[in-house]
Design a protein around this ligand. Sequence first.
Ligand code: NAP
Length: 270
Amino acid sequence: MSQKVAVLGTGKIGEALLSGMIRAGWAPADLLVTARRPERAEELRTRYGVATVSNTEAAKTADTLILTVKPQDMGALLDELAPHVPADRLVISGAAGIPTSFFEERLATGTPVVRVMTNTPALVDEAMSVISAGSHATAEHVAHAEEIFGAVGKTLRVPESQQDACTALSGSGPAYFFYLVEAMTDAGILLGLPRDKAHDLIVQSAIGAAVMLRDSGEHPVKLRENVTSPAGTTINAIRELENHGVRAALIAALEAARDRSRELASGKKD
Ligand SMILES: NC(=O)c1ccc[n+]([C@@H]2O[C@H](COP(=O)([O-])OP(=O)(O)OC[C@H]3O[C@@H](n4cnc5c(N)ncnc54)[C@H](OP(=O)(O)O)[C@@H]3O)[C@@H](O)[C@H]2O)c1
């Protein structure tokens, strides 16, 4: 497979991907980008030394097209691209909630489509990107998508039927941790700490806990038990979390996110 890759609709996620690919060794000469506004195209050209082209030019030239416009802009982009995308081009969608069938119905019969749900830590090369093959995508196409999104973090292959659940877990996941840090920082203020100190204590604790979860290979229950001594401080806090139904709230919250993802995927916008 030739390696000319185009990023179409290079906003926050598209730029994170572009910069990650260049840092991972892609030659800027093999990368094309498109943008809606000329000043944005100029910014990308200057910052990364990549060629900026029209959407139709990208469709004709690149072997792999990565579409990173907002979901509501995808229909219009596909209308513009469809007449120009040969059926042997790999089309990778980075848009939340849009099924591969949406692309397959609008592109030439047999076009391979791969759907990827990444998350905002792509901006710091710590993304969790969940990858599913459309009906014409081969293992080689999926591997190519993994290579591209692997430039900004971890990747995981799942059947497309699990994409809504993954959106609830990792797509929206960073927001739950931000929310938790916000709430714990407020608790620190209640306990008499200045906001900046409370923030630093919680953020470093979150980083430490995340690295232990990733690197120790231990179950989270075991890691928590290690800091939960009999009649100690932690178990008193855990009792309050259980009394307030935090575990049940998290389960309900992720179920609600999964349900909303399903609704959006089926075209229900409000
Ligand atoms: N941000 C997240 O948390 C996140 C996480 C996972 C997945 N995603 C997915 O990633 C995609 C991009 O999200 P984002 O946050 O990066 O959005 P964004 O910053 O708004 O980027 C989208 C870009 O596409 C451009 N665009 C729209 N229509 C275009 C067209 N026809 N031709 C060329 N460029 C066009 C927009 O131009 P303008 O600047 O003129 O509007 C914008 O720069 C979305 O589909 C989203 O579902 C986002």
